[in-house]
Design a protein around this ligand. Sequence first.
Ligand SMILES: C[S@@+](CC[C@H](N)C(=O)[O-])C[C@H]1O[C@@H](n2cnc3c(N)ncnc32)[C@H](O)[C@@H]1O
Length: 248
Amino acid sequence: MLIRSDNYVEYCRETAKHARDLHDLSLRGRHLKDLTQRIYQSIAQDVALSAGDDLVEIGCGDGTLLRIAEELGTRSAIGFLATDEEVALLRPTGLNVRQALSHNLPLPDLCASVVVCNGVLLNVPRENIPASLREIWRIAKPDARIYIGEIPAMEPVDPTPQFATRREALSYMYKKHGLRTWFGMLRRMAWWQISGRPMVISPGTATAFFASAEEFTELCSAVGMEIIRSWSPMYYPSRQNYLLQKMK
Ligand SMILES: C[S@@+](CC[C@H](N)C(=O)[O-])C[C@H]1O[C@@H](n2cnc3c(N)ncnc32)[C@H](O)[C@@H]1O
């Protein structure tokens, strides 16, 4: 039987296990490396990242922002990834990365002058959102610049259908992602069959959290953060970016 899992952390783990390029860790699509670079250049500008900063990035993907921080000579820069498998790929590049989830950050209070969390909270289960915002508040210094990006304003339609059979899943993979992905899935299915493991497909396309600007403002304000500016990114017009600060 084919089981679908929408556990995003497992999707991150699987992606890291089969990654062919570091940029696969951005989970944005292999052909969108330039977009990742542009997104992070503009985040660095939005938070005015500079040499005196202590940067914390939650869900640092392929480490693009940490590399920008390195070039700027920030005082410190640490990134968190959801799984040890992602960390194992990124750490050999020399970046300071660790495994942790957004609702439980292994950092002391008031350690960050800049906190960035882009394209992450939409995949965090809704019940963990208040705790994740509290963690961001806790680690941020009183005058920290806080950037939370790519929050869908409305519930997006999940593009991956439910598959009743393996054949349906394989046919979808071929049409949507091509021969290589089809073959990869076929090999995995064969391995599951031989090893007697459950056949679990993690498409990673379901959205766990979305919020209108009003609702997100309330969630942030409940933990002591206020929104200074919000806007829709040109590349994802149905999502919202937020620049925040701690309330005085
Ligand atoms: C869609 S990728 C975005 C990566 C990067 N921020 C970017 O914009 O290119 C999601 C990232 O969030 C991390 N992640 C997934 N679930 C997480 C969670 N619950 N807490 C913290 N990070 C998480 C993954 O390890 C991955 O780096």
